[in-house]
Design a protein around this ligand. Sequence first.
Ligand code: PLP
Length: 389
Amino acid sequence: MEKIPVAGPSITQKEIDYVTDAVTNAWYGDANVYHERFERAFANYLGLSHAVALPSCTSALHLSLLALGVGPEDEVIVPDATWIASAAPITYVGATPVFADIDQKTWCLSAESFEECITAKTKAVIPVDLYGNMPDMDALLEVAARKNISVIEDAAEAAGAEYKGKRAGSFGDIGVFSFHGSKTLTTGEGGMLVTDRDDLYHRVLFLRDHGRKPGDTQFWNHEVAYKYKMSSMQAALGLAQLERIDELMDRKRQIFQWYRVELSDIEGLTLNPQPPTTKNAFWMITAVLDPRLGIEKDYLQRELSKRNIDSRPFFHPLSSMPAYQYLEQAREARERNHVSYRICPYGINLPSALNLTRGQVTIVCEILKSLLEESRLRDQSAHSLSTGD
Ligand SMILES: Cc1ncc(COP(=O)(O)O)c(C=O)c1O
């Protein structure tokens, strides 16, 4: 059997045509034609005034923190359960990350934990729309507004998701997206920063082009800054993908439904949350096992891999990573964040590529079910041995 990949894009003739046109024509005076179209279409899609195409979501987060004036002495709150890219830019600007717990119901930042982590130094919060789901935004935004904390919504994984009818990425002062090759809407590598605030938009344009004014032709630099730009070919690819976003979303929802039909009645297994407030974008179909089953994610991944099925681990708590062991904040987070430590070790991302077939989903689910059954039988016989039944 051919390997079933964990992720993969949907590329049609539209993408090929746009990229071909960009590589042929988008040079010199026309170098920004596709950026402008992609940025305008993306901002319109979210109902916001500004969008800036960037080389990655990591660079979008970096620029967001810089534009908001976050620096040394400041603290920024992030959920413990996320990819390190949500937090690493906090260190780039010399600030300190504070790892708050996630909410059992959404797998995203808990508003209670966020509030508990606030100190006089807290300058910003980065809620993450994990795996395409969204946090309780009303509660988070209420705390942030009351405490005067800036909000950067990390919607890297959530293009197409909605909370109470409003699109992911459009909450907070700034929203950021990733178009990495594994994402639903992809440019290979790439990102987007979106905002309704003119001041932040102008600061970002300036910082992302070596501290010169937009449109400058005299190569005149006012500050030492950064070079964060997407290529025209990527912008063309992104535009084509964005024009197909409804189709891509329908496909992800269809894949989730296939898994749900196969796995919803398996005891001790929970699939991606679907809070009534939220339209989950299901970037990665994710299964979390009840810790009482005693089956950890690395065992499942190893067994699936032996059967040619690719998967990914649920993100490890950032506070458990060697990268953050130097921080007192990580030690406190390990003691505080019970939900993250209960979910992260027992979750895996299942194959979620856009070209996955119904038949492949059945294969994955059959294997998963047989692994759970084997483990149940093993437990039963160990129990009978120990009790002499
Ligand atoms: C939650 C989250 N934030 C940020 C990023 C960073 O995105 P990029 O790889 O485009 O820098 C990712 C990427 O996977 C992510 O999943």
